[in-house]
Design a protein around this ligand. Sequence first.
Ligand code: ATP
Length: 571
Amino acid sequence: RDVVDALVEFMGKLGPGSMQNTPNWGWNASSDPCTDHWYGVKCDSSNQTVKDIVLEQIGLSGTVDFESVCKETNLLLLSLKLNNLTGSLAKEISNCKRLRLLYLNGNHFSGDLPDSVTDLADLVRIDISNNALSGKLPDMSRNMGLISFWAQNNHLTGQLPNFNYHQLEYFDVSNNDFTGRIPDDTGRFGAKSFAGNPGLCGKVLPNVCPVKKKYLHDLLMYSGFAILGLIILVLVALLLLKKRQNLEDRKRKEVEGTKDSGDSSESNIGQTRSEFSITSAENGGVSASLVVLSSPVEAVNGLRFEDLLRAPAELIGRGKHGSLYKVLPDGGVPLVVKRIKDWEISRDEFKKRMQRIDQVKHPKVLPIVAYYCSKQEKLLVYEFQQNGSLFKLLHGSQNGQIFDWGSRLTIACNTAEALAFMHRELKDDQIAHGNLKSSNILLTKDMDSCMSEYGLVVEDNGSQNSNAFHVDVYAFGVVLLELLTGKPVQSNGLDLAKWVNSVVKEEWTGEVFDKALVVESASEERMVGLLQIALKCINGSPDLRPGMDQVATMIVSLKEEDERSMASSGP
Ligand SMILES: Nc1ncnc2c1ncn2[C@@H]1O[C@H](COP(=O)(O)OP(=O)(O)OP(=O)(O)O)[C@@H](O)[C@H]1O
């Protein structure tokens, strides 16, 4: 009875329409909506509850009393579309808990769509289009089952709320006053669904959205972090530098103190410089023993052994054949001092050898600046090369440097020519390099390559000695393999040579090359050409290896071919 009374009250407020006087109108408290078949009412199969109320296009002109109509809590469908209804949509709409379909379109409703609509958990379709609704829409993503939302031709404002766009089949909010970004990230609804909202922007609309403030905020935040990180890094680097300087100062003072007191005992001298400075002082008149060869570097010409002794020294390598120190003489250029150990060679012989090497000058061979020879030790002085070695370039941290095919071929060519020249000039003296490897190919300040430590190693074995030039050719072949494969060498290059030989035998030649070269699309034809030269150099039978002259000629012509092809394929 309560429900019937409430429905009658609801109808009373809807105002007179065109159908009230028809015989089956019903809608009075003395009849039953189901059994007496009220106009527009449908009930469940047991005629107990009203399921649908459909009062469409019958000229109703009052207001909707949602509180009353929703007394029928089992209502599934309420359609009042295409009338002249006015007033607002009250929050009591949510009392129609099971409402699935709500059609209010084509009236004169005003005010907003109440938040309580989002409590209608079973709502499937809602049409509020063509009214005079205003205000913001509630967050409709809570209406999980919604598949149609029509709200076009109203005066709705604010940002579009979230919807379950993935689920929606129909969506129209065109011709309102919405603003901001379209939240539809599915892109399922085109411009038509959003048109007529001048303040809206998005992918599908002509209005492109400005960069989100959040992005700007994030960008600023992250750059802030990066700058902070950088500042910390710089501070740490400065701190380390300062520490190092202090250490060097301390060492220098220690050494100077030692000299001043006339005490040359080992224990008083800084560890890094002790090895060559003490033992070299064996014969007293030390300055006479340092032979300074004519050097292109002016600052080196007046170098005295005392200058070397006094200068701060840093051990930078301890190899098979000796130790290497970086030395910074007062006011001079940085030098390196190679201390060769266990070299059974007479002083005269050593001197003669060094002088011969000095006479044979090649621009791509690092000249010896000075040498020192005593019974117990041999020292060689070279200019320090700040850009490191080919080894470092190939296998060290590359700091984003690209070591391309052209540069590799140039180094191969320079080294081959320099080695061929030295072999030619020093053939009669039987002076080969003896220890060619990528760490002995250095890079000058102009990133030119130059070969270092020529002639410092002589194998004791007499029969091998006669093959010293062939050994150099083998070593050069291994350098070529390193350039081509980008792989480091172990066991004197035997492992790399073995691996390359096996891959080539299996005809997977392409697999051999450094990925960096493949990525750069270096000419495979010329890489294979260089590989063939390398394989000739590492021939197991020394006598079958080509001479360095021959090797240099082959590489020069390969380089010319490469340059020609670059020029013809250039812009
Ligand atoms: N003149 C130089 N300037 C700058 N770095 C150099 C110079 N000479 C050698 N080096 C580098 O110093 C490091 C140590 O050199 P060292 O000659 O002691 O090593 P090695 O050649 O591996 O040993 P070994 O010659 O005894 O077999 C190497 O990385 C080498 O490239």
